[in-house]
Design a protein around this ligand. Structure first.
Ligand SMILES: C[S@@+](CC[C@H](N)C(=O)[O-])C[C@H]1O[C@@H](n2cnc3c(N)ncnc32)[C@H](O)[C@@H]1O
Length: 195
């Protein structure tokens, strides 16, 4: 069976089916591309874009109401955009080696063992990380679930990435869920991986 072309909702262009360059015309200038997968309400995305005007920051979010929230929060920042779509479809539609950093922050952990297949991090996802990150690119991961941490670290390190753990918050804007978990006193685990 032929692979299904990704379908993306691109602002101003409605629904488009691949193969397309989902970023064509999205950003005003050419700059390192940074992805926030499952960007939620855009708190992190907007903070990152405001602090890093030299980066193009793209949020990807599957829930429409969250996309609306994130777009509102990004306001008129020229270097922040939000695509409505699934992270796998968007990642696979991007050119090879085109992304500088990929953040997956507090992705749904699906804690029940029988639901683990629903986690975003699977072998297919790790293969996409490999192919879409440029040389020297970095994948950042944070979670409140020790199990999802172990799952992700195992899958990412199995493909030969260097992992660096972070016990303390990195110097990045907190996400909505990070704030919630931190104020509930929950542990938060973070790592970054690069090749
Ligand atoms: C637990 S929330 C975390 C949101 C945000 N990163 C934060 O830390 O505040 C997970 C978000 O990922 C989105 N999401 C889950 N799976 C996704 C996928 N495959 N593609 C895009 N977004 C996804 C959900 O809709 C939700 O908004």
């Amino acid at each position: 069976m032929p692979a299904r072309a990704p379908v993306l909702a691109v602002p101003g262009r409605g629904l488009v089916a691949g193969p397309v360059d989902p970023l064509a015309g999205l950003f005003r200038s050419v700059a390192p591309l940074v992805l926030d997968l499952g960007c939620g309400n855009g708190l992190f995305l907007a903070g990152l874009a405001a602090g890093k005007p030299g980066w193009n920051c793209l949020g990807i979010e599957k829930k429409e109401y969250r996309v609306r929230q994130a777009r509102r929060r990004a306001g008129d920042l020229a270097n922040a955009r939000v695509l409505h779509g699934g992270a796998l479809a968007v990642l696979s539609s991007l050119p090879l080696r085109s992304v500088s950093r990929i953040y997956l922050l507090f992705g749904d952990p699906w804690p029940k063992r029988r639901h683990a297949v629903r986690r975003l991090v699977q072998e297919e996802f790790v293969t996409l990380l490999h192919s879409r990150l440029e040389a020297g690119g970095i994948f950042f991961f944070a979670t409140d679930s020790e199990e999802y941490l172990a799952w992700t670290r195992e899958k990412v390190s199995a493909s030969g990435w260097r992992i660096k753990e972070w016990a303390v918050p990195m110097t990045w804007p907190a996400t909505e869920f990070e704030q919630r978990f931190a104020s509930a006193g929950l542990n938060i685990w973070r790592f970054q991986a690069s090749r």
